[in-house]
Write a protein that binds this ligand. Structure first.
Ligand SMILES: C[S@@+](CC[C@H](N)C(=O)[O-])C[C@H]1O[C@@H](n2cnc3c(N)ncnc32)[C@H](O)[C@@H]1O
Length: 237
């Protein structure tokens, strides 16, 4: 189905621009309006910057998942931890609609869902507003000429640094060796984060870790293929 209309650049830097506007004609955009009590679409996702505690009506920690996909993690986590305010986001329309149908049935309503792009983090959240960011099995963009489309690079790290509280945490898991090495390379000169965990085989090295305690839909597939799960956990200093 259609996504944002492509630009002719190989990177996605325009998504970071202050003037960026979402443009698309995907029918699921309108369908998602049925769930407008908890779904924010496109620019709507940017209307609560620094004010999410008012939207939730409490001061509980704000936790954000980028690329929710089919939502296994979000569905399980925000019900298991009702004392957080959870925001999931993904840019795929039909997948967002499918997840919204499931979210609608949950008991605890401690969440919002955004049909939006991860590149817009700093426009969706205020400085020091977020306690945790979860980023699991991102699209790897394996071809060299597409590498620049990878979300995990400096503008993203800048945004994470800006929106995380001091001591706030970014949790990442990936199946992809090349993307993992890319991430480590992006972190080479970083002095703003402490590396709490770095593993090329999370499940064997850290079986008790929180990140080994749940399995997303994509992770199940990778594990069944014998792929090792790579992971990195960063803490904002
Ligand atoms: C490989 S899937 C993983 C989904 C889920 N995290 C899991 O582990 O099962 C990657 C997801 O990230 C979403 N995604 C990729 N790039 C994104 C971006 N820039 N902003 C928001 N979502 C994105 C895709 O639409 C897709 O649903």
């Amino acid at each position: 189905m259609t996504t944002e209309r492509p630009r002719k650049t190989l990177d996605d830097s325009h998504y970071y621009h202050p003037e960026f506007k979402y443009t698309h004609d995907n029918p699921y955009h309108d369908k998602l309006a049925v769930f407008d009590s908890f779904v924010l679409r496109d620019e709507e996702a940017e209307s609560n910057v620094g004010q999410w505690h008012k939207m939730f009506g409490n001061e509980l920690p704000l936790e954000v998942e980028i690329g929710t996909g089919y939502g296994e993690f979000m569905l399980e986590y925000c019900q298991k931890y009702p004392n957080v305010n959870f925001i999931g986001l993904d840019h795929r329309f039909k997948r967002s609609f499918g997840l919204a149908k499931k979210l609608d049935k949950l008991e605890h309503k401690n969440f919002r869902y955004m049909r939006a792009r991860g590149e817009r983090l700093e426009y969706m959240f205020g400085e020091n507003e977020v306690q945790s960011i979860f980023y699991f099995f991102p699209d790897p963009w394996p071809k060299n000429r597409h590498n620049k489309k990878r979300l995990f690079q400096k503008p993203f790290l800048n945004a994470c640094y800006k929106i995380l509280k001091p001591g706030g945490t970014l949790f990442v898991k990936t199946d992809h060796d090349g993307y993992f090495e890319w991430m480590l390379n992006e972190l080479k000169d970083e002095t703003r984060f402490e590396v709490l965990l770095e593993s090329r085989d999370l499940r064997s090295e850290y079986p008790e870790h929180f990140l080994s305690q749940f399995t997303t839909k994509f992770e199940k597939i990778f594990l069944s293929q014998g792929t090792l799960i790579k992971s990195i956990v960063l803490r904002k200093l």
